[in-house]
Design a protein around this ligand. Structure first.
Ligand code: IPD
Ligand code: CA
Ligand code: CA
Length: 278
């Protein structure tokens, strides 16, 4: 049976949107994959230091946006490639689709495999739906509030790690942050016997936390389109996440911390005192 929320009048159907998010993530991933195969023909633009984009990102975002607006014309849309056109008022919309058409663009354009399509949906201010599709492995990581977390048809559970030594931590870093707000954290992590991986796609690594492949993920500043879907995945997989949306995180971004329930507080302890957004 479909769950609907009716906080302010109109009823919001979560299940219909969940189904659309999953369908469109796969479709967008297939379109992106066809462009990845001819990536040598794509013109690369530089948005900032180590921050690239191509027509593939824009086309895939347009595909997702068109599908959402056809099915749910009243829903708001926040996509990475058009985020600069969006005003602060979007945070007060009842339903907001938060989309990164290609997360891991640097990998995508350089012929590597760590990239994905990330579609999150915020309903009444709460992350409610997440769909992250990796076309290279044909894995769709998906979840909706109260419905568990899944990779394709298999249930996902976050790992049972309790300490930094119990597995590998995903980390992310971008030049939006000063290096001295991140390097001390890495030093602490390694000194305490931990290990890290950075594959170039924050969305995919957060999905791996939900799947129990990584014990956690930390990045000192990430944008909402990189992580909103992942926050739903991790929560529904039994993991713990920080209050990412605090202090206008939807439009400004924030640190993101996601981990197995038993490791989360140790991870927060490791981070404390080592970071500040640059
Ligand atoms: C980036 C990736 C990267 C993360 C950055 C993001 P993009 O997104 O997720 O892993 O560290 O914060 O900006 O540019 O590949 O879409
Ligand atoms: Ca991204
Ligand atoms: Ca992107």
């Amino acid at each position: 049976m479909s769950e609907v929320t009716a906080v302010a009048g109109e009823q919001i159907d979560i299940d219909q949107r969940y189904a659309l998010a999953c369908r469109i993530a796969r479709e967008a991933g297939r379109r992106a994959m066809s462009m990845w195969r001819k990536r040598d023909t794509l013109t690369i633009e530089h948005k900032g230091l180590q921050d690239v984009v191509s027509v593939a990102d824009r086309e895939v975002e347009q595909l997702v946006r068109a599908a959402v607006s056809e099915a749910f014309p009243g829903d708001a849309f926040l996509g990475e490639e058009t985020a600069s056109e969006v005003g602060e008022g979007i945070a007060h919309e009842r339903v907001v689709w938060v989309v990164d058409p290609i997360d891991g663009t640097s990998c995508f354009l350089n012929g590597m495999h760590a990239w994905c399509v990330s579609i999150g949906v915020l309903i009444d201010g709460e992350p409610a739906i997440g769909a992250v599709y990796d076309p290279n492995s044909d894995e769709l990581f998906h979840a909706a509030r109260g419905r568990g977390a899944w990779v394709n048809a298999a249930r996902m559970r976050a790992s049972d790690a309790r300490s930094v030594r119990d597995g590998v931590l995903g980390v992310g870093f971008s030049h939006r942050v000063k290096t001295d707000a991140f390097v001390p954290f890495l030093e602490r992590l390694l000194t305490q016997g931990g290990m890290f991986v950075r594959n170039g796609s924050g969305a995919l690594m957060i999905a791996y936390v939900a799947a129990g492949r990584l014990i956690g993920y930390y990045e000192p500043h990430i944008n909402s389109w990189d992580c909103l879907a992942g926050l739903v995945l991790v929560r529904e997989a039994g993991g713990t996440v920080n209050d990412f949306l605090a202090e206008r995180g939807l439009l400004r971004g924030n640190p993101v911390i996601a981990a197995s329930e038993g490791f989360y507080s140790d991870l927060v302890g490791l981070i404390e005192g080592t970071t500040r957004a640059g």
